[in-house]
Design a protein around this ligand. Structure first.
Ligand SMILES: O=C(NCCCOc1c(-c2ccc(O)c(O)c2)oc2cc(O)cc(O)c2c1=O)[C@@H]1CCCN1C(=O)/C=C/c1ccc(O)c(O)c1
Ligand SMILES: [Ca+2]
Length: 497
């Protein structure tokens, strides 16, 4: 269902991609709860194949070999401990679950798996569940290769192998039972819901039956009868017969058009202008607001391929990334997810990053490194921690403060300078033109002195960054140089002196 069950007026989800459970638990207590983040999307916690060619790629976790809860991020006890500690400070856990397939058909056989359990890809034998060759779709697939060959044919998109991944027969009651059992163990441990991977490749009816078997959330942390929050990965940029709407009744759906469009707009490609976003959201052709899970970039498309490709605004382009994330967090449309990444040595050859497979910061043996926190609150060892950047964490607070308030007081200069408010609780101004912004606008907010939460914080009784004077008439004067480190300004009810 569509409700994320967030606590304490919190709203934004952070994807702590590839983080270890111990580090997530610590981050919930020391940073996410104090800064008003609502929840964490965690990487797939179940057993996965371990590959050495390429060397422990990030996508090995999207090749399950079992449902035991041991992975590159830690074991079952560490997972349980993390869920408990995060729930205890009101930060929800949403689990990335891969239930369309097991590992690649070429995965070989042996114990090269994250729990060390034996499996055989060639014989489609996964004894730790158990799944056998009876539990896969091969007989249903009508293509020569057994793989998806044409995304224009919904039958093969669902019943054939996605890039050679062994495709589970989710229409079988036995398979539905095993998948639901795996997810129910996580529900009973206290998770608030699931990011369901590769939903385009599963029949909605099979998903509906499987999700219908899920328990209610654990009443230790959630009110009785609470149903797991579901958001489905459906990569739909248009042009394919399978669309997001087929999945709306099961839960929210990832709106990939959102990040792809905003990246193009902030990069000013194809003559796109920020002033065109006056009708941002459903007016822009996105799915109905109540179904949307929105984000600027994700673990796949931040690598340059995947949905949205080169237009996607990632941490590699920090100035644009911060503006796009701020715009998302200020705007009322959808449930917002913030990406938190790791850095890798990109190597572009003919426009493609040869290293787009590289996994998280790790020791020689493929074990993921912990996340060190520097004295200045940034992360070390290759962890980017976008969610900790002042401009992003302060906008997560902005989203909480204005929650429920309508989009209001739009202004634009018919180019790339825009402003909009949220009722009388917040206001944001962007200058993405190549000249200064110098304008007096109606903020809709009560008169007073406000701290700009982009250039600084409200520290006790003073602003560490810019401050904005709002008159009794709600009007304020904004000056934003296009040379500013961050050419945007945001004020809200809690940043008032
Ligand atoms: O070149 C690759 N893949 C082919 C192009 C991307 O296709 C994939 C899509 C995909 C792409 C576009 C679509 O429209 C679509 O319906 C599906 O979803 C996946 C989901 C998985 O759980 C595991 C996967 O290996 C994939 C995948 O390879 C490399 C090597 C194998 C993994 N991989 C990758 O690039 C892995 C990508 C990946 C992994 C996990 C994801 O959740 C995801 O969205 C993409
Ligand atoms: Ca399938």
């Amino acid at each position: 269902q569509h409700n994320p069950h967030t606590k304490h007026g919190r709203t934004a989800i952070v994807h702590l991609f590839e983080w270890r459970w111990a580090d997530i638990a610590a981050e919930c207590e020391r940073f996410l709860a104090p800064n008003g983040y609502a929840g964490v999307q965690i990487s797939p916690p179940n057993e996965h194949i371990t590959l050495t060619s390429p060397w422990y790629p990030w996508w090995q976790r999207y090749q399950p070999t079992g449902y035991n809860l041991c992975s590159r991020s830690g074991n079952e006890n560490e997972l349980r401990d993390m869920i408990t500690r995060c729930n205890n400070v009101g930060v929800n856990i949403y689990v990335d679950v891969v239930i369309n397939h097991m590992c690649g058909a070429g995965g070989g056989e042996g114990t090269h798996s994250s729990c060390g359990g034996w499996f055989s890809a060639s014989r489609k034998d996964f004894p730790s569940i158990p799944f056998t060759n009876m539990d896969f779709n091969d007989h249903k697939c009508r293509t020569g290769s057994g793989n998806i060959e044409n995304y224009g044919d919904p039958n093969q998109v669902r019943d054939c192998r996605l890039v050679g991944l062994l495709d589970l027969a989710l229409e079988k009651d036995y398979v539905r039972g095993k998948v639901a059992g795996f997810m129910n163990k996580l529900v009973d441990m206290g998770v608030a819901g699931f990011r369901v991977d590769a939903c385009k490749h599963m029949w909605p009816g099979d998903l509906q039956n499987t999700l219908g078997r899920l328990h209610n959330l654990n009443t230790k942390w959630f009110s009785g009868g609470s149903r797991p929050f579901i958001y489905q990965e459906v990569i739909d940029l248009g042009g394919e017969p399978i669309t997001s709407r087929e999945y709306f009744h099961l839960g929210r759906v990832t709106e990939f058009k959102y990040g792809a469009k905003l990246g193009t707009i902030f990069r000013k490609w194809n003559g796109e202008k920020l002033s065109y976003t006056k009708s941002w959201g459903e007016g822009y052709g996105f799915m109905p607001e109540g179904n949307a899970l929105v984000f600027i970039d994700n673990h796949d498309n931040q690598r340059g391929h995947g949905a949205g490709g080169a237009a996607i605004a990632t941490f590699w382009d920090p100035r644009i990334h911060k503006m796009a994330v701020a715009y998302m967090l200020a705007h009322p449309y959808g449930v917002a997810r913030v990406m938190s990444s790791f850095r890798w040595d990109r190597n572009f050859v003919n426009g493609k990053d040869q290293n787009d497979w590289i996994g998280p910061p790790s020791h020689g043996n493929g074990a993921t490194k912990p996340v060190p926190i520097n004295p200045d609150q940034t992360c070390g060892d290759g962890w980017v921690c976008e969610h900790r950047w002042r401009q992003i964490k302060n906008m997560a607070t902005f989203r909480n403060v204005v929650n429920g308030q309508p989009h209001a007081n739009w202004w634009d200069n018919q180019s790339n300078q825009v402003a909009f408010g949220r009722g009388n609780r917040g206001f944001i101004v962007f200058n993405n033109d190549d000249w200064n912004l110098d304008v007096t606008l109606n903020t809709g907010m009560p008169g007073g002195t406000y701290c700009d939460v982009v250039s600084g914080n409200k520290d006790g009784g003073r602003c560490s960054g810019k401050q904005i004077q709002v008159g009794g008439d709600g009007r304020a004067h904004f000056k934003i140089s296009n040379q500013d480190e961050d050419p945007f300004v945001a004020i809200h009810a809690d940043s008032k002196l």
